[in-house]
Design a protein around this ligand. Structure first.
Ligand code: ZN
Length: 326
């Protein structure tokens, strides 16, 4: 068969017709020997930072109708064009969720906890941790980057019990101050009231147990918190360093990188202070690009790590390649 678009498309339709009409070639068995799995493989990906073992553990992916105002300062058509260029569906928004687990050798630290109970395509952190051989009881520290539901809801299971019973839960002091203020809750726009309620639900009974940390400090061995305010008032990212290696764990400096790494001036509707979030984003990526640092993004596509390069008026996200060895 000659290779051209016409024969390629014709052979594709012949195959789908054969699927209805029966086998195209008589030697092909009519039924597969092995039943299809019908579900995706567990999603966790390990890499080393010095002697530390880091694991990106996927919590799932959310898809929801693309709102006209999903990007506040850009027309929907432009957003759809960027989605099409990334081969993503253009009528829905696609957002991935990837908490990070750090094994320092003596400490087992989880950064962010995902959506909570498994529900459709999200909430798969705990099954994926189990598939990675991690016992949630062995996690000694849970560090929260900010108080949006996709980062804190997984602190508890469906019955309301804490999922990490032996872990100290660490939260940004500035984030705690903002969300726990009754004054802020009362004056918040109606659309944000639910988020305030959710923060109080998750942390109820844990008020005296959580440890508040400041930005700009080493909060665990090799792990330094970085103030990246804007997405929320107390939003924190991290630099993890060991030996000669370093990774920037950005949290939500950007959402979907195909939109907001490429276009750092685009304002996602989740950024509370859009101007501050944009300034943070540009500074953070200038630093990452100049120093060629590995970046882990909670909302980057799995395995959620890659590099950031300067490109045009924005940046280019270059995803990590699969590495079978550690
Ligand atoms: Zn998020």
């Amino acid at each position: 068969m000659e290779l051209n678009r016409r024969t390629l498309l014709a052979s594709a339709s012949a195959v789908s017709a054969a699927a209805v009409a029966g086998p195209l070639i008589s030697s092909v068995p009519t039924a597969a020997q092995t039943a299809p799995a019908g579900k995706q493989a567990p999603a966790f990906y390990r890499y080393k930072i010095g002697s530390f073992e880091v694991t990106s553990v996927n919590d799932g992916v959310a898809r929801f109708p693309l709102a006209d105002t999903f990007v506040r300062n850009v027309k929907k058509e432009e957003v759809q064009k960027a989605l099409a260029e990334a081969y993503l569906p253009t009528d829905v928004m696609t957002i991935w969720f990837n908490p990070t687990l750090i094994n320092t050798g003596s400490r087992l630290i989880l950064i962010d906890t995902g959506m909570g109970e498994p529900k459709g395509p999200v909430g798969h952190l705990r099954p994926n941790l189990a598939a990675a051989g991690i016992d949630t009881k062995a996690i000694d520290t849970v560090i929260i980057s900010h108080f949006h539901g996709d980062h804190i809801n997984g602190i508890r299971n469906g019955a309301g019990e804490v999922n990490y019973p032996n872990a100290e839960i660490m939260v940004p002091a500035a984030e705690w101050a903002f969300w726990m203020s009754d004054d802020n809750m009362n004056k918040a726009p109606e659309a944000m009231k639910g988020a305030f309620g959710n923060v109080r639900r998750v942390f109820k009974g844990l008020e005296d147990k959580v440890k508040k940390y400041d930005a700009g400090k080493e909060i665990a061995p090799g792990l330094t918190s970085i103030a990246t305010y804007g997405h929320t008032p107390g939003h924190v990212s991290y630099a993890l360093a060991n030996g000669n290696d370093r990774v920037l764990i950005q949290s939500d400096v950007t959402n979907n990188p195909h939109l907001f790494v490429t276009n750092p001036g685009w304002h996602v509707q989740f950024d509370q202070d859009a101007a501050a979030a944009e300034a943070t984003r540009r500074k953070f990526y200038d630093m990452a690009a100049t120093d060629k640092l590995l970046v882990a993004g909670f909302h980057f596509p799995f395995p959620s790590t890659g590099h950031i390069e300067k490109a045009g008026s924005g940046y280019r996200f270059v995803p990590s390649n699969w590495n079978p060895a550690l």
